[in-house]
Design a binder for this molecule. Sequence first.
Ligand SMILES: *Cc1c(COP(=O)(O)O)cnc(C)c1O
Length: 427
Amino acid sequence: MSAEAHDDLLAYDREHVWHPYTSMTDPVLTRLVTGADGVHLLLADGREVVDGMSSWWSAIHGYRHPALDEALRAQAADFAHVMFGGLTHEPAVRLARRLVDITPAGLDHVFFADSGSVSVEVALKMALQHQRGVGRPERTRMLTVRGGYHGDTFGAMSVCDPVGGMHSMFADVLPQQVFADRPPSSPDDVPAWESGFRELAKRHAHELAGVIVEPVLQGAGGMHVYDAACLRVMREVADQHGLLLVLDEIATGFGRTGTLFAAEAAGITPDVMCVGKALTGGYLTLAAVLCTSEVARGLSASESGVLMHGPTYMGNPLACSVALANLDLLESLGWESSVARIGTGLRSGLAPLRRLSGVADVRTIGAVGVVELDHAVDVDKATEAALDVDVWLRPFRNLVYTMPPYVSTDEDVARICAGIEAAVAVG
Ligand SMILES: *Cc1c(COP(=O)(O)O)cnc(C)c1O
């Protein structure tokens, strides 16, 4: 690409194209990608950098994977999309069966949504419709915990952290949910948290439809890891008060935290579960909501008799086909040993950063590494410092973090750690 074409694209981008959480009047610095292969992103200035973000948890097998490329090509040669109302197709049915097989036992029904946020909306709708179906229409609120992130649509926003999320701006239009304290990471702190959670649930039970949380690892709300025992408490409390337990596994699903689904770390089965992000290996937007037969029966007994949702691109065949190939790879490449190996590399690579000034905490879980600073990161400076050592990172708030593609070598992981160190040093 000529320097002129490059500058022209970036200039138009700056003037006309929104990026996530940005302003049109004060746009952030963006960099032009001209290719991506394996764990590498190729930037227009010729730099080839290791992607420490897996394109936000998604590209677990890296870019341009031949098996994923081929799945897309083969499906495109058959048909790219057909409406899902009154029609079905092999990729959707096979993917549904696959998801039912690999998720915790009892989750037997699948709703395909076109993004994580939409899947959260559907899960919330399931909870409300279920309560109507079982004769408790007054139960319309959700119980959740502080520090969560569930997406950017209005229902999803309402269960995001009330301080770090967008509650203050949208207070008048957001459903008012019930917030418990953030679940603790230390087992010593679980009893105190548990009694508070139980008390809150009891006090609000008459108006609650369900509990929604990210299991074990809270992602974009602050990369906080908590004790799996808290999930068992939530399961018990939900059963005790007739609440549906909704687990948002959009970030944690497909091995990222060391178990195929984070719920497994607690040995519990939710009533409703959302998956997304890594579902298609970073190729196309697709999410799914799974629920138990009890939930499916309950919501079908509500006055409409049906689940009131149906996106235009529901069950998109290209996305379902690439998701199937992605799940094949997950199994055949042995995600467990990759995640464990990357975790080991992150632990040893990041531990020395604890001693750096400005570092408040270093934590890892599965193939996720987090360095928490005692101040807000200068995102542009930190990003550039990591790029200078050929690593792509996207810090936020006071967090410099990574979730590498599962195909990252030990060398790639060491490089990512060097990138994090460079980012921390200037950020
Ligand atoms: C990313 C994310 C979402 C939202 O998914 P989108 O596809 O971005 O709409 C919801 N919940 C969690 C836990 C996430 O990490």
